[in-house]
Design a binder for this molecule. Structure first.
Ligand code: SF4
Length: 212
């Protein structure tokens, strides 16, 4: 069991990310944003890249989207502090544009290094296109993979992957947020519970109260 104080934000890889200047976008950042979370995290969340609030605060998934993320995590019976959270790339991008393929490739050793650092993960919550594609490869229509988990389609040998809408997307899209409240949230909660208690493969029987 890892000591409780061992967190990725205090690790050598986090220091390397904070000092990185490999991409142009490092010129526009207030600070690079490494992941956060304890070494023994069983759940790891992946998002795209730091937005304006993350760039100011220096942590991933904060601000309004972070508040919704925290609420979803609490609703599933977990706390933000117990979860690993990282981005596909470590820098804010001008006008919050998606990171380019070149930036994703440049940052990939940091991304994979951080993901690997969480050695005990059993389930990955992949939020949005870049995060989902980092785990399951190219996806044409996200809707075809988000929350579609009744068959064990997204499993690695050691952890399962749950493709999800990014919380900031849910906040901007009432219809998708409504679908998430009514069904997606139940699928996710069930899948996380199964992955943590029984391991893989998943076989879901979704039921329960609605996320509100
Ligand atoms: S995006 Fe990643 S590789 Fe590029 S400068 Fe930022 S931390 Fe370095």
């Amino acid at each position: 069991m890892s000591p409780p104080s061992e967190r990725i934000e205090n690790s050598a890889i986090a220091e390397e990310i904070r000092a990185c200047t490999k991409c142009e976008c490092s010129k526009y950042t207030t600070q690079r944003v490494p992941g956060i979370g304890p070494k023994d995290a069983k759940i790891v969340a992946i998002a795209r890249n730091p937005g304006a609030t993350e760039d100011k605060v220096g942590a991933p998934l904060v601000g309004k989207a972070g508040d919704l993320f925290n609420k979803i995590v609490q609703w599933m019976g977990h706390s933000r502090d117990s979860i690993g959270i990282l981005n596909v790339t470590g820098c804010f991008t001008p006008e919050n544009r998606p990171p380019t393929e070149g930036e994703i490739i440049s940052c990939f050793p940091f991304f994979q290094g951080q993901l690997d650092w969480f050695e005990q993960k059993k389930v990955v919550l992949a939020f949005g296109r870049e995060a989902i594609q980092s785990q399951i490869g190219p996806v044409r229509r996200l809707k075809e993979v988000v929350n579609v988990l009744r068959k064990p389609a997204y499993e690695t040998p050691t952890y399962g992957v749950i493709p999800m809408w990014h919380p900031s997307f849910l906040l901007r899209n009432d219809a998708e947020f409504d679908d998430f409240r009514k069904e997606g949230s139940l699928v996710v909660k069930e899948a996380v519970g199964k992955a943590l208690s029984n391991g893989l493969p998943w076989s879901l029987d979704v039921q329960g109260e609605l996320f509100s």
